[in-house]
Ligand binder design. Structure first.
Ligand SMILES: Nc1ncnc2c1ncn2[C@@H]1O[C@H](COP(=O)(O)OP(=O)(O)OP(=O)(O)O)[C@@H](O)[C@H]1O
Length: 294
């Protein structure tokens, strides 16, 4: 989704002083917020006056709607009262310190943790408590950070595994994935374990896209990639989102992720801290200092 199409969060600034200022004319990705908050004094706004929002729910419709979510592992609670929305075709990033619970949110949406309270709804239906196989059927694909390919299977067999719930291999979808990642067509018969890190990540994404999900969950897609491949990976994610798939991503490369996404959530210690457009989070002094390395 382009920034212009992005739904507005229910509140974009702590003060609630949301401006109607248009996005920058060039529409270019810059560090400046596309919407410039106006100071109460009427002075020219500066970065120091940008306040990231703390209203974590979207004002409008969401295809993924998480409310007051408590979850963890066994008896160990990690998430407390998490609120998070993803709108149709939106690109949302979760950032935050190590151990904040970012991956746990993703795993919880995909049914891989212990649900302890609150709700996760997808396209209007509750999905908390469902098994991953059921969640895939609902239209959610997940690319975990680790162990996300079958190393002993070929590229093609990996893709086929992404559609294992179907009776027949969807050949047309495999072709669509090959069109999106042409190198995978070339390496179709090669064992996934022998591919480079970037190519393995493409296999993992391709597998998660096999059922043409409405929402793709990506956990640290740039982890372990050589620096010159990171931009390429982000470009591919942009294109997946541009083709109509909503994306919820956890990313260690927080600044780049926030530059690219529509909205971001800052998670700390298992709970929400800030929610706003990516460019607003990038411009907020406190967010930059505390969570983005200045
Ligand atoms: N399978 C598990 N069993 C028990 N505790 C776990 C498990 N996985 C993660 N945790 C704990 O949950 C907490 C949150 O971990 P999580 O991986 O969600 O954080 P994160 O924000 O994604 O961190 P990072 O950026 O380091 O990946 C951590 O304290 C972690 O040790």
């Amino acid at each position: 989704m382009s920034a212009d199409d992005a739904p507005e969060p229910a509140g974009t600034t702590e003060s609630g002083s949301e401006s109607d200022a248009p996005a920058t004319e060039s529409g270019s990705e810059s560090d400046a917020p596309a919407t410039e908050p106006v100071s109460e004094s009427g002075d020219s706004p500066t970065d120091a006056e940008v306040s990231a929002g703390t209203d974590h729910a979207l004002g409008g419709d969401a295809i993924l709607r998480i409310r007051d979510l408590d979850a963890g592992y066994g008896d160990l609670q990690i998430l407390s009262d998490v609120v998070l929305d993803v709108a149709d075709e939106e690109y949302v990033t979760i950032v935050g310190p190590n151990g904040a619970g970012k991956s746990t949110v993703m795993k919880t949406v995909f049914g891989l943790t212990t649900h302890m309270g609150g709700t996760v709804e997808f396209e209007g239906e509750p999905i908390h408590g469902l098994a991953p196989e059921q969640i895939i059927r609902e239209g959610i694909g997940f690319v975990p950070q680790n162990d996300n390919v079958f190393p002993g299977l070929s590229v093609r067999e990996n893709l086929e595994m992404g559609a294992y719930i179907l009776d027949e291999v969807p050949e047309a979808q495999i072709e669509t994935i090959y069109d999106r990642f042409p190198i995978l067509r070339e390496r179709s018969e090669q064992k996934a374990g022998t591919l480079s890190g970037g190519q393995r990540q493409m296999v993992a994404m391709g597998r998660a896209l096999m059922l043409d999900p409405d929402l793709l969950l990506l956990d640290e897609p740039s982890a372990g990639l050589a620096p010159d491949l990171v931009d390429d990976m982000f470009d591919r994610i942009d294109r997946i989102n541009d083709s109509g798939t909503a994306v919820l991503m956890v990313e260690q490369n927080a600044k780049e992720a926030l530059r690219r996404c529509d909205r971001g959530y800052v998670l700390v210690n298992g709970g929400n801290r800030y929610t706003d457009r990516g460019d607003v989070l990038l411009a907020d002094e406190d967010v930059r200092r505390d969570f983005l390395g200045g």
